[in-house]
Design a protein around this ligand. Structure first.
Ligand SMILES: [Zn+2]
Ligand SMILES: [Zn+2]
Length: 173
């Protein structure tokens, strides 16, 4: 795992970039009913892979929204999975996705610390030493992760029930 991969979501993806001059197909839409796309996002975020959600949204839009409108002679633009990704990660805030992402990021950073410096082994004596400053970072992250997990489970109890039924954990998302 690369440390850069774990830092990107904090600095980039989680900052909404919607503005008054936004040209996004979903933001500028005035013809079609897009509530269902929002609903799909709220329901599935954190439960299945984000890219799969954007595929489902695009498919739903093209079949259930665009096609019927076009049959009535109304022209509407295409909405691709890429459009959905941009819109739902940058132009709207889905707290569930943000928390799920934070938990995954913290988890990755913890794994990175374990693999890179938490334990130092002396190659000559074979003696194992725990790196105390790294251990402190690790347990700080651990506390944050537990707080987020507790909050997530309280806030979205149904999703956690589904997750257990599917035998899934955050690591598998
Ligand atoms: Zn926008
Ligand atoms: Zn948008």
């Amino acid at each position: 795992m690369d440390i850069d991969e774990t830092i990107i979501p904090f600095s980039d993806d989680l900052i909404p970039e919607h503005s008054k001059i936004c040209k996004c197909t979903i933001c500028t839409n005035k013809t079609a009913q897009l509530d269902e796309l929002q609903h799909i996002d709220q329901t599935l975020a954190g439960n299945i892979d984000d890219d799969a959600i954007f595929q489902i949204q695009s498919k739903y839009y093209n079949e259930k929204v665009k096609k019927p409108l076009e049959q009535h002679g109304i022209k509407v633009p295409d909405i691709t999975a890429k459009d959905c990704k941009k819109h739902f990660t940058r132009h709207t805030i889905n707290p569930k996705r943000m928390i799920a992402n934070d938990i995954k990021v913290i988890d990755s950073v913890q794994k990175f610390l374990v693999q890179n410096g938490l334990i130092k082994k002396n190659m000559i004596t074979n003696q194992v030493n725990v790196n105390i400053p790294v251990l402190k970072q690790w347990s700080g992250l651990s506390r944050n992760k537990l707080d987020l997990l507790r909050y997530y489970k309280t806030e979205y109890p149904n999703e956690n029930k589904n997750k257990r039924q599917q035998g899934k954990s955050f690591n598998q998302i």
